[in-house]
Ligand binder design. Structure first.
Ligand code: HEM
Length: 477
C-alpha cells in the first residue's frame, strides 16, 4: 500500500515538475520588462492608455533599455530598440502573424503581410519587387506621377490663394497615384474620396482592435459595408485590367494576373493583394506628403533653402527622375520628415525554428520580436534634439556618423524592406519639388500645432489647412 502511495506521489510530483519546467522554459528568457496587467489582454490595455504602441514602447525602452518584454494578449513578446539589436535580427524574413491579425478582415488572409518562408520570398521576388523596381519607377511610374500632378496644378491654379485641406488633398493624390501605377486604372477624384472614406472606416476599427478594443466581437456593420465597397472596387479593377491586359506597360496587378492564368493563385488571393497594395501604397505616401508640407510650412527658412536648390537644379515644368536624385537638400527634407513623424513606427519579425540571441539574451523560437523603428528614430543618444525638424542631420558629413540601421523608416530585415520605398521617395520628391517651385506654402493658422496619431502609420489627428501662395516673381511653365 505504502509503495502504491509513494509511486502515486512520485507520478503527481513528476507531472507538476514537468509543467513547471515547460512553463518555465516558455518564459525562460530573462529579458527585462513588465508582467501582464490582465490575464487575457496582457498589456494591451496599457498600450491603449499610453495612446499607441509607439508611445508605450518609448516609455518601456526608456525604463528598461534596448530590449524589453511585455504581453500581447496572452503571448509574451519582445521589443528591440537599438541599431545593434536591429543588426542581430537583420537576417529574419518571417513576420509574426499574430501581431498583425487584427488587420486581416481588411487585407485578407492571402495578403503578403502574412506570407512567410519560401512562399513569402517567392511572392516578394515575383510580384512586388519587379513591379516596384528602379527601372519600373523610372520608365513607367514616374511619368504617371507627372500626369497626376499636371492635373492637380491646373486645379490649384484655378483656386489660387484658397485654403487647402492638406491631408485630404495629399491622400487623394496618393490614391490616384497608386491605382494608376499599380493597377493601370484611373479613379476620379470623387471615386478616390469614396475609397478613402471606406478605408478610414475599416482602418480606424482595426487600429482599435489592434489595441484590444472589442477584440472578440465580429466586425461592425459599418466595417462590413466599407469592406464590401472596397472589395467591389477591387473586383472592378481586376475585371477592367483583364480586359486591357497586354495594352500597356506591365504593372503590379499584371504580375498577379499572369500567375492566375497559370492557375497558380486564386481570385481571392488577387483581391487580397490588390487591397494590400492599395492600402499600403496610399496611406503611407499620403501621410508622408502631409507631414513634409506641414514641416515646410512651419519652417519657412528650410522651405526657402529648398526653393534655392530647386531653381538652381531645373527650370523645366518638372524635375527629371535623375534631377530628383541630384537634389540632396530635398532628399534630406524627405528623410527628416520620415524620421520626425515616425511615419511607420514599428515592424516585427520571428525566428520560426531556432532560438536567437539578441543583446545577450536567448530568445526562444516563435517569440514575436518587435523592431521599434520609431523609438530608434527619436533616440536622443543617436539624434541631437530629436524633436527638432533639422534636415541637415542627413547631410553627407552627419549621415556618415550615424550607426548603421539607425535610420530604417522602411524596415531593414531579411530582404523584406518595404517594397514601396522608392515609390514613396520619388513620389514625394516630385510632388514636393513641383509645389515649392511654384508656391510658397503657409499654414492658414501659423500658430496651430498638429497632434500625431501613431498607429501602424502616423497621421495628423486633425485636418491641416495651408495656402499655396504663387511665387509670381518666378515663372514656372
Ligand atoms: C512613406 C512611405 C512608406 C513607409 C514609411 C513604409 C514603411 C513600411 C514598413 C516599415 C514596412 C514593414 C517592413 C518590414 O517588415 O521590414 C512596410 C511593408 C510594406 N510596404 Fe511600405 N512603406 C511606405 C510606402 C509604401 C508604398 C508606397 C507601398 C506600395 C507601393 C508600400 C507597400 C508595402 C508592402 C506591400 C509591404 C509588405 C511587404 C512584405 O510583407 O514583404 N509601402 N512598409
Amino acid at each position: 500500500m505504502l509503495a502504491i502511495i509513494t509511486a502515486s506521489i512520485v507520478v503527481v510530483l513528476s507531472i507538476i515538475i514537468y509543467f513547471i519546467i515547460h512553463d518555465g522554459l516558455k518564459e525562460n528568457f530573462n529579458v527585462p520588462g513588465v508582467n501582464a496587467s490582465d490575464p487575457k489582454m496582457g498589456n494591451l490595455n496599457d498600450i491603449r492608455q499610453a495612446g499607441s504602441l509607439h508611445e508605450y514602447l518609448t516609455t518601456l525602452h526608456k525604463k528598461f533599455g534596448s530590449i524589453v518584454s511585455f504581453y500581447w494578449g496572452k503571448q509574451r513578446v519582445v521589443s528591440i530598440a537599438s541599431p545593434e539589436a536591429f543588426h542581430e535580427t537583420r537576417r529574419l524574413f518571417d513576420r509574426p502573424v499574430s501581431l498583425f491579425a487584427q488587420f486581416e478582415p481588411l487585407i485578407g488572409p492571402n495578403s503578403i503581410q502574412y506570407a512567410n518562408g519560401d512562399i513569402g520570398q517567392h511572392r516578394r521576388k515575383n510580384h512586388y519587387d519587379p513591379a516596384l523596381s528602379t527601372i519600373a519607377l523610372r520608365t513607367q511610374i514616374f511619368p504617371i506621377f507627372e500626369r497626376i500632378l499636371n492635373e492637380r496644378i491646373v486645379l490649384w491654379r484655378k483656386n489660387e490663394e484658397q485654403p487647402i485641406a492638406l491631408h485630404a488633398e495629399m491622400l487623394s493624390i496618393a490614391i490616384e497615384s497608386i491605382t494608376l501605377a499599380a493597377f493601370g486604372i484611373s479613379v476620379s477624384r470623387h471615386e478616390g474620396k469614396r475609397i478613402e472614406q471606406a478605408y478610414n472606416v475599416c482602418w480606424h476599427e482595426m487600429e482599435l482592435r489592434a489595441q484590444g478594443h472589442s477584440i472578440d466581437s465580429a466586425p461592425t456593420t459599418e466595417f462590413d459595408k466599407a469592406r464590401s465597397f472596397l472589395l467591389e472596387k477591387v473586383k472592378q479593377i481586376i475585371v477592367q485590367r483583364r480586359q486591357r491586359l497586354g495594352d500597356d506597360h506591365k504593372c503590379f496587378i499584371d504580375y498577379l494576373l499572369d500567375d492566375d492564368d497559370q492557375c497558380m493563385i486564386s481570385e481571392e488571393h488577387i483581391c487580397d493583394e490588390v487591397i494590400t497594395m492599395l492600402v499600403g501604397g496610399f496611406h503611407t505616401t499620403g501621410n508622408l506628403l502631409t507631414w513634409i508640407f506641414y514641416y515646410l510650412a512651419k519652417h519657412q527658412n528650410v522651405q526657402e533653402r529648398l526653393f534655392d536648390e530647386l531653381i538652381k537644379t531645373y527650370s523645366t515644368k518638372f524635375p527629371s527622375f535623375e534631377q530628383i536624385d541630384q537634389m540632396t537638400y530635398l532628399t534630406n527634407i524627405i528623410n527628416e520628415s520620415l524620421r520626425l513623424s515616425v511615419l511607420a513606427p514599428w515592424a516585427a519579425r520571428v525566428s520560426a525554428d531556432d532560438n536567437i540571441s539578441i543583446c545577450g539574451y536567448e530568445i526562444l523560437a516563435g517569440t514575436p520580436i518587435i523592431q521599434a523603428l520609431g523609438v530608434v528614430l527619436q533616440d536622443d543618444q543617436i539624434w541631437t534634439n530629436p524633436n527638432e525638424f533639422n534636415p541637415d542631420r542627413f547631410d553627407q558629413v552627419n549621415r556618415r556618423k550615424l550607426p548603421a540601421l539607425a535610420f530604417s523608416p522602411f524596415g531593414f530585415a531579411g530582404k523584406r524592406i518595404c517594397p514601396g520605398y522608392r515609390f514613396a521617395q520619388y513620389e514625394a520628391g516630385l510632388i514636393v519639388a513641383s509645389v515649392i517651385h511654384r508656391y510658397k506654402v503657409t499654414l492658414t493658422d501659423a500658430k496651430s500645432s498638429v497632434i500625431p496619431i501613431h498607429g501602424l502609420v502616423t497621421a495628423p489627428k486633425d485636418e491641416i489647412f495651408v495656402q499655396f501662395n504663387p511665387r509670381y516673381s518666378h515663372f514656372v511653365p
